[in-house]
Design a binder for this molecule. Structure first.
Ligand code: NZQ
Ligand code: ZN
Length: 393
């Protein structure tokens, strides 16, 4: 078993432009000869004036729009944008929105240049998982801190008919730049703010809560970010609180939670995400609200395998100093669950009105999508995943 920090290459080419009124920097960020396609979601950017600001900043550039990208973006919708890009000859994309718009745009820029059927960008029983050789350049304007997609090379796409959520990743789909304006989060409703806090929290946990390899920097970065979320989470979800630094800290935490800072050379899990994606694909539950259900159950079932890191998490993140090791570990899992509940998120299937009947169905989906050897040791079998779903009832 790995007990040292593994070799790693660290690479992140995304330029981050952070702060107030940064949309005006678009003029310097996009070459003036580019034909730009602006991509966006269900209309929040129109309603709150962000799209108008973007258009103003694009100046004399030729641009078009593609709206209507759904939360949990679908392959079907993204393919319509691919056709548009090819037909109209767009050579730069600008994603304005949350993780869904950014993820869809990553797929669009890769698919537009892909030789053959773009479905083969995906694996997991959907396509043949072929490498992406090139992609169009794109930038993002982030409106929802949560996924880290604004500064990473991953994307998650939903296949409606197949009831599957499948991810792909490639260095070719790092955004060229991302504009992070904390004030754009002022229009987010409580539920999306809570989703953002929880998604970022679980991203950190998937890279941290495995087994120790002596990675002091990665561990302490993770612990610092987790503590930040615990400290600010309850204030962040108050949609009436327009404190600039509060939202700035939230935004930068969520970006750092999944931009490659925490993962170099350390084991990673991602099983909570895998189990959660099946719940979203079948029952349309928000991504973060599947994680708040799955993670506490997973930590409980995998307590022995994750013992050393759970103890470290208990002592350093939750500052639990009293009790036996076993009590500290269970205490930390309990506190994690309470934290999610305090943010108004579900922590069991019961909280989202689902029961025992979903377990067999979800397990069958995991099998179909080849999620049969999960976790940092690839030893989370389908039977263990079943136990985790059961523990979440
Ligand atoms: O569609 P519009 O009208 O814009 O409304 C959106 C959407 O309904 C709304 N919203 C966004 N910014 C807003 C706003 N409403 C008011 N004010 C604003 N400033 O919020 C809703 C949710 O947006 P969405 O983009 O779906 O949320 P999120 O950023 O949480 O993204 C979720 C997607 O990202 C994937 C998830 O699986 C899911 O599909 N993930 C991507 C990852 C990655 N690329 O690295 C990692 C994550 O683990 C995650 O899996
Ligand atoms: Zn996530």
């Amino acid at each position: 078993m790995q007990n040292n920090i593994s070799n790693f290459t660290y690479f992140n080419p995304t330029k981050v432009v952070f702060g107030k009124n940064q949309i005006s920097a678009l003029d310097q960020l996009i070459p003036s000869n580019k034909k730009v396609l602006i991509t966006y979601g269900g209309g929040s950017v129109k309603k709150f004036g962000t799209l108008d600001k973007v258009k103003q900043s694009l100046g004399d550039r030729v641009y078009g729009e593609f709206g209507g990208i759904e939360a949990n973006p679908t392959f079907e919708t993204a393919m319509k944008a691919v056709e548009l890009v090819k037909k109209e000859g767009y050579d730069f994309l600008l994603a304005v929105g949350g993780g869904s718009v950014i993820d869809a745009t990553k797929f669009i820029v890769a698919a537009a240049e892909f030789e053959g059927n773009p479905i083969n960008i995906f694996g997991s029983g959907i396509g043949t998982s072929e490498p992406i050789k090139s992609a169009l350049p794109f930038g993002t304007i982030l409106t929802l801190p949560a996924t880290g997609s604004e500064m990473n090379a991953g994307s998650v796409i939903t296949f409606k008919e197949k009831q599957a959520k499948v991810s792909f990743g490639s260095e070719k789909v790092f955004p060229v730049f991302s504009i992070l304006e904390p004030e754009l989060t002022y229009t987010l409703p409580k539920r999306q703010l809570a989703n953002g806090v929880i998604d970022a929290f679980v991203h950190i946990m998937e890279q941290y809560l495995t087994f120790p390899v002596g990675a002091m920097v990665q561990d302490r970065f993770s612990e610092g970010l987790l503590q930040t979320l615990i400290e600010i989470g309850p204030d962040v979800i108050d949609e009436t609180n327009k404190d600039y630094n509060l939202r700035a800290n939230f935004m930068w935490t969520a970006t750092n939670a999944l931009n490659g800072t925490l993962s170099p050379g350390v084991p990673q899990d991602w099983a909570s995400h895998d189990l959660g994606h099946e719940i979203t694909a079948l029952y349309h539950i928000d991504h973060a609200r599947t994680l708040s259900i799955v993670l506490p159950a997973l930590l409980t079932i995998r307590k022995n395998e994750k013992h050393d890191k759970l103890l470290q998490y208990a002592e350093r993140v939750w500052q639990i100093a009293e009790g036996t090791d076993e009590e500290k570990v269970t205490g930390a899992i309990e506190k994690t669950k309470e934290f999610f509940a305090r943010l108004g998120a579900p922590t069991s299937f019961k909280d989202i009105d689902l029961g025992e009947e979903v377990i067999d169905i979800l397990v069958a989906q995991l099998e179909k999508h080849k999620k049969i050897a999960l976790s940092e040791r690839k030893d989370q079998t389908i039977e263990i995943s079943r136990k985790i779903y059961q523990a979440a009832l």
